[in-house]
Ligand binder design. Sequence first.
Ligand code: NAD
Length: 493
Amino acid sequence: MNPTNKLFINGEWVAPVKGGSFDTVDPSNEVAIAQIAAATKEDVNLAVQAARNAFDQSGWPELSGKKRAEYLRRIASLIRDKQQVLAELEVRDNGKPLPEALWDIGDTAFCFDFYADLAEKMDDEQEKAVTLADDRFSSVARKEPVGVCGAIIPWNFPMLMAAWKVAPALAAGCTVVLKPSEVTPLTALQLADIAREAELPPGVLNVITGFGAEAGSPLTEHPDVDKLAFTGSVPTGRKIMQVAATDIKNISLELGGKSAFIVFEDSDIAKAVEWILFGIFWNKGEVCSATSRVLVQRKLYPALLERLVAEAEKISIGNGFEEGVLLGPLVNGAQYEKVQHAIAQGVEEGATLLSGGKRPEGKTKGFYLQPTIFTDMSEESAIWREEIFGPVVCVRAFEDEAEAITSANRSRFGLAAAVMSADLVRAERVARKLRAGIVWINCSQPTFVEAPWGGYKQSGIGRELGEWGLNNYLETKQITRFESEEPWGWYLK
Ligand code: NAD
């Protein structure tokens, strides 16, 4: 395994210029598990320089899609070979239950394979003839890689979020400087080592670990970075957008959410409860698309709440390595405090804390929190409006379809939404009226690399995944040719 206290720049493991480091902590017991290199501006400069050289001089962007696909497939296969080890690292770094981590790593490998297929397709689809009204000219539209990409990612799906950016960027022919979250850097470092093992040319993928201000910020400011791809919180996204404006960098932003789940009265209670639980307690609720605002039609409301509380209280909480655990510890102390603050604020605002909200009995160490259910909050309350990013769900009743749609859309976010009804005509109608980038019908959360992912409103700009994810890393060039034998005849008559 690679050293964790080094940075991966130009195909080599190097010590950070200023020699700084920090610990990454296991959230199940609050014990430091690895020392991580803290990159600064000097390291960012070296990493960007390596990515710039690889883009301008190594021939990477000029390789055929078929050849780039070979590298991506090799990376996918190495990830698959190491699935268990990588998943275990994810559990130790992030706290998620092992089955969820295994699922993430499987998806990570699949993401590389998927973009390998799209890279191959690019060979046939890179240039497209454009029909011009003036037949003295011919024209083609050509897709080309954007250039050097700075990829900055959060801590909730550490390796998967890296893949969502690195795989399409490499498929497109870009080179990358990846900065994982300082909270969960371990699997991004493994990805670097896998890239080395796959013999990816030096400088095509560089991984720098460190904090937002010291490592993230210089990456966003660097004039040699052509594109910034960011996933994280709205405040950081706002800062990145402001910095990117300085030299008009191409940006894509995947930000926060407060997604609604509308449950109509004709829904099956057991199915509704299962998807509500999955929608908010999967990955400890540390999910950007978590359906944290549940709207239940009045007639179903009392029975559904009763069943929801009963099932939530059965959820097994513990270390992600324990058999049967469905809720691991929150990612770190800061997040734990943030979520507890939101819960206290909800109580102060007058909402009813129906279930959970406390540290589970018997857990003296680790950032454990019970699954938490609130009701009776106003639409103006912070607990209903603001992203909590933890296992906290708010439930309100509604009377009719129009009210549900208005309430769901009354948010500054617009990442995801879900709707459940036995009446599919109604469900489809409502799905089309919801102002969100992802709408699930009769489920919540299943995510597919083939389908577009991204938000409306303050949930972001642009789309990841599928062909849309590849387009994020492509420029479109027109090449137009004057075909006529006749002179142009404007100046020279
Ligand atoms: P965050 O914004 O605190 O940090 C994200 C990344 O940005 C980290 O790598 C951090 O080091 C870096 N960063 C911080 N300040 C920076 C700066 N000034 N310049 C450059 N980089 C900087 O977010 P987080 O707490 O890691 O993640 C949680 C947030 O991410 C939530 O709001 C969640 O909704 C969002 N998220 C969104 C999606 C999506 O697809 N829309 C997916 C996962 C998470």
